[in-house]
Structures are given as structure tokens and as C-alpha cells.
Write a protein that binds this ligand. Structure first.
Ligand SMILES: NC(=O)c1ccc[n+]([C@@H]2O[C@H](COP(=O)([O-])OP(=O)(O)OC[C@H]3O[C@@H](n4cnc5c(N)ncnc54)[C@H](OP(=O)(O)O)[C@@H]3O)[C@@H](O)[C@H]2O)c1
Length: 296
């Protein structure tokens, strides 16, 4: 993967206002790429200018934003190649499957799945021309689902499936598709997830509260502990940049030793053993004295 300061190649990073996206944009700029960083507000873009990054207004669910980005790349004044697309933007969602509103499921999939598909489709002609690379930011939850994480995990499982298909469709055309699977990373995401969780808890019916009250009370502490035990966005960004630039990339990169262990374990352990592991981890955060329903 060559680049020179005279003619730096282009990379696109989505969701670059905060967290891993901002850190990855900075890391790739440091490595000499011309980074087109997707943000949804101009103010977020301004914060990136000092690092030599070019912000682009990009809501990945907005077709005219996507078309403007395609035009920016195709009309690049120096005809630079698009080296990589980092599909990083994402929304969190915590709560029991029964309780997360269908509109919320749709909003989640619009961003975590369809937005990435839409942008990938639009940028593929440029990526095929340059034999470039797609890096999809999945999650530990792209491989392991558990109580309270069904909506988020299913969106990441879907992204993993899209990535496996794309990898095989594009290999003959010289485009590599790489998945990055972070565990906990200290970003804004946990806070956002908890805000939506408290809204959800407030509108549960009495019957749902009986079923899931202890779980929804446990989730904030579980999410917080998971995030707190995680790595910084800067550390995660180094792995993402490696996935985007390794000459012979692996198909998947994990972030965090525990994540690598759990993903491997999930492939070999029987479902019920994995269930016991994830449930006992959650149960540590249940309110004292709560009666936890055991599987029938
Ligand atoms: N943090 C973790 O522990 C963790 C673990 C595993 C995987 N991940 C994944 O890592 C990725 C980055 O997350 P993060 O932790 O860095 O979270 P973050 O700080 O909350 O960043 C999420 C980014 O996505 C953007 N975004 C949301 N909706 C968008 C849309 N419709 N179009 C374009 N951008 C949109 C946000 O922009 P606004 O500021 O405009 O909302 C923000 O820039 C996500 O895909 C997430 O699922 C995170």
C-alpha cells in the first residue's frame, strides 16, 4: 500500500465526529492518506481540519450525501485513487427483543446495515478501479449475542454476513473486504445506549417490567463495566488503520484479548455453555435480591 506526500491516496471514514471514527481518521492522516471524514454536523468537521483531514457532510442514510461524496471522489482534482472505505458509523441499542420498538429496530438497521450497504454500493466502482479495500467495523456482538443485546447484535451479525459475501464477490476483482471486531472501547457509544435504554425502561408495561425489570436494571452497569474494561479509541484506531493498510490483510481483526478469546470460544462451545457464561456475567449486575428467571 504505497502513498507519497505528493499524491496521498484517498480514504473515506464514516462516523468520524467522535470515538473510533475520529481516531481512525487522525491515524490514517498521520500515515499520509488524504482522509475524507464523514460527519453529520459542520462543527464536528471543523474539529478535524487541524489534522489535515477533509470533512464531508455524510449521513449514511442520506442518498444525496452519498451522491455528493461519489462526485467528490470521481472529480478529485488530482485524480487520486480511493484506497479504502472504513464503514465505521454506528448506533447502539440495548433492551429486550420484546420491548425495543419496531421503529427503533428499523432505525438501527438503517444505519448499522443498510447505510453501510448503500455507501459501499456507491463507492464500489471507485474501489474496483483502485483495487482498494473495505473495512467494516463490526463488534464482539457480531459473533456473540446475549440477553439485552439482541437488536444491536443482530445488526452486527448482519454486517458480518454482508462482509463474508462481499469478500468472496470482490476477491476476483482485487478488492479486499476486512472485518474489525472490537470489544469494549471507551467512546460516546455507551452513554448513547444508556439514554435510549432509560427511555425504553420508562415505557415498559407492568407485565414487561415483571419479565425484564431486573435485566433492564442490570444492563447499564453491564454496559458501563464492559466499556470501562475496554481500550481507548486511539488504540482501536491503530488496529483499524492496520486492517486498512496491511499488504496481506487478514479477513478479521479483533480488538482486545478478551474479545479474541470470546469469539474463538463462541465457535466451539455448545450454545448452552455460552448461554451460562453470558448470563452469569449479566447476573453480577442484577439488583440485589431480584428473582432471576432461569431458562425452562
Ligand atoms: N464503543 C464500543 O465499545 C464498540 C464496541 C464494538 C463495536 N463498536 C462499533 O464501532 C463503531 C464506532 O463506534 P464508537 O464506539 O466510536 O461510537 P461513537 O463515538 O458513538 O461514534 C459513532 C459515530 O457514528 C456516527 N453516526 C451515527 N449515525 C450515523 C448516520 N446515520 N450517518 C453517519 N454517521 C452516523 C456518529 O455521528 P454523530 O456524532 O453525528 O451522531 C458518530 O460519529 C460503531 O459501528 C460501533 O457499533 C463500538
Amino acid at each position: 500500500m504505497t502513498k507519497s506526500s505528493e499524491s496521498p491516496e484517498l480514504v473515506v471514514v464514516t462516523g468520524a465526529s467522535t470515538g473510533m471514527g475520529a481516531a481512525t481518521a487522525r491515524e490514517l492522516a498521520r500515515r499520509g492518506f488524504h482522509v475524507l471524514a464523514g460527519v453529520r454536523r459542520e462543527a464536528d468537521g471543523k474539529a478535524l481540519l487541524a489534522d489535515g483531514i477533509e470533512p464531508v457532510i455524510l449521513d449514511i442514510t442520506n442518498q444525496s450525501h452519498i451522491a455528493a461524496l461519489v462526485a467528490r471522489i470521481d472529480g478529485d482534482p488530482r485524480q487520486r485513487a480511493l484506497r479504502a472505505l472504513v464503514n465505521n458509523a454506528g448506533l447502539p441499542c440495548a433492551g429486550p427483543v420484546e420491548v425495543v420498538a419496531l421503529d427503533e429496530w428499523r432505525r438501527l438497521f438503517e444505519v448499522n446495515v443498510f447505510g453501510h450497504v448503500a455507501l459501499t454500493q456507491a463507492l464500489l466502482p471507485a474501489l474496483v478501479r483502485s483495487k482498494g479495500r473495505i473495512v467494516n467495523i463490526s463488534s464482539l456482538n457480531g459473533k456473540v449475542s446475549m440477553a439485552g443485546y439482541g437488536a444491536y447484535a443482530s445488526s452486527k451479525f448482519a454486517l458480518e454476513a454482508v462482509s463474508d459475501a462481499l469478500r468472496n464477490e470482490l476477491a476476483p476483482h482485487g478488492v479486499r473486504v476486512v472485518v474489525v471486531e472490537p470489544g469494549g472501547v471507551k467512546t460516546e457509544m455507551a452513554g448513547l445506549g444508556l439514554t435510549s435504554l432509560s427511555r425504553l425502561s420508562a415505557r415498559m408495561t407492568p407485565e414487561q417490567t415483571t419479565r425484564y425489570g431486573a435485566l433492564t436494571q442490570a444492563l447499564p452497569a453491564h454496559v458501563a463495566a464492559f466499556t470501562e474494561a475496554g481500550v481507548t479509541a486511539d488504540i482501536a484506531a491503530r488496529t483499524i488503520a492496520k486492517a486498512a493498510t496491511d499488504r496481506r490483510p487478514r479477513t478479521r481483526y479483533t480488538i482486545g484479548a478478551m474479545t479474541a478469546f470470546l469469539i474463538r470460544a463462541a465457535r466451539f462451545l455448545p450454545d448452552r455453555v455460552l448461554d451460562r457464561m453470558t448470563n452469569s456475567d449479566l447476573r453480577k449486575y442484577y439488583p440485589a435480591g431480584s428473582a432471576v428467571a432461569r431458562p425452562a
